[in-house]
Write a protein that binds this ligand. Structure first.
Ligand SMILES: Nc1ncnc2c1ncn2[C@@H]1O[C@H](COP(=O)(O)OP(=O)(O)O)[C@@H](O)[C@H]1O
Ligand code: SF4
Ligand SMILES: [Mg+2]
Length: 332
């Protein structure tokens, strides 16, 4: 499997004004490096507020103020095999060459992005117009029907308005829209958070089937570790803007290394287990003023003096294992 996206030292966040005057920086993505391989699912996990959505927006190039990218690079290997630096492309180049065809993005809470005044059919046709696609009406309808069928959506939805569909159906329509041009990479941000458990399973299975059939790659963002266990090949654990651990999914569940990863896995409720789970005490830090040293130290039961002073370096343990914690330095 070749590397299809290479993110190097990506750093950024939100420049916001408090009380309309004092400028503060929310450091939501702190020097992140990772790779996505062809035909794989890379999960990004972590509690709410840890920077997962910000990282997704930065990789996709959806940089709308107050979001700013301060440094780093995102390289994409195109269908032709050459690499392009996405953060050097203009919005127009992204629209023409990258968005929807190379990379599609399903934003968080996306079931609400459909235009309430337009039939589903017209929302699909708008996507073709946005891409200046010059294809005839019959071909457009075939594209739309094929995509709906691939997500097990009844063809009647074509003529429906969004309010006539359930939340789960709307979410599937949004996913169908994003898969319309068979993108090689999909970034899905919490695609099942707002739906019930049964619909969640259906949606995840459909995305899984579509991806396996098309051999596309998926960056799947979810705070829910059980979603990652079901979907991922590898998972990156994000805490307070940092990727603190990456591993192959089976290995990571079998032997979580970072104390934060362990806490996330321990908080999962297993079938038949009636133990009351305490969960991880405390909350992720305020990213306008994160703690010095290891950002997890105020919540970590293993914190040492050095953790409070110095940022832990990354330790690589094998091809697909990486951890950022003082407990492992010198073991790589
Ligand atoms: N538009 C915004 N303006 C200012 N701060 C933001 C904005 N969006 C997110 N943040 C802050 O950035 C941090 C990371 O948020 P986010 O990327 O949404 O995390 P996650 O997806 O892991 O829940 C949080 O502290 C959040 O409050
Ligand atoms: S570096 Fe220290 S505080 Fe951070 S996770 Fe490791 S042991 Fe805990
Ligand atoms: Mg989010």
């Amino acid at each position: 499997m070749s590397e299809i996206i290479i993110v190097n030292n990506l750093d950024g966040g939100y420049e916001v004004y408090v009380g309309g005057k004092r400028r503060v920086f929310v450091h939501a993505v702190d020097n992140v490096s990772l790779i996505l391989r062809s035909n794989e699912v890379l999960g990004i996990a972590g509690e709410s507020g840890c920077g997962k959505s910000t990282l997704a927006k930065m990789i996709y190039g959806a940089i709308i103020p107050p979001l700013v990218v301060r440094s780093g690079s995102i390289k994409l290997q195109t269908r032709k095999g050459n690499f392009v630096e996405l953060n050097k492309l203009s919005i127009e180049e992204m629209r023409k060459k990258i968005w929807w065809t190379e990379i599609s993005y399903i934003p968080q809470n996306s079931m609400n992005i459909l235009n309430p005044l337009k039939r589903i059919k017209d929302q699909f046709i708008n996507v073709f117009k946005y891409h200046d696609m010059n294809i005839d009406k019959e071909e457009v309808m075939k594209y739309i029907k094929d995509t709906l069928i691939s997500l097990s959506l009844p063809l009647e939805v074509i003529n429906a308005y969004p309010h006539q569909l359930s939340g789960g159906m709307r979410q599937r329509v949004v996913i169908a829209l994003s898969l319309l041009f068979n993108p090689r990479i999909v970034i899905a941000d919490e695609p099942t958070t707002a739906v019930d458990v049964v619909t969640q399973r259906i949606i995840l299975s459909l995305i899984k089937e579509w991806r396996e059939k098309n051999k596309s790659s998926l960056i799947l963002i979810s705070h829910d570790m059980s979603v990652h266990a079901y979907m991922d090949n590898r998972v990156a654990i994000m805490y307070a803007g940092n990727i603190v651990e990456i591993g192959e999914i089976f290995e990571l569940f079998k032997e979580p290394l970072h104390p934060y990863t362990r806490a996330l896995i321990e908080s999962l409720i297993r079938k038949g287990d009636k133990t009351l789970r305490k969960g991880l005490p405390g909350l992720p830090p305020d990213l306008t003023n994160p703690p010095p040293g290891c950002r997890f130290h105020p919540r970590c039961p293993y914190a040492m003096d050095i953790c409070r002073r110095e940022v832990p370096p990354a330790t690589t343990l094998g091809r697909d294992r990486y951890v950022k914690c003082w407990l492992y330095t010198g073991r790589g």
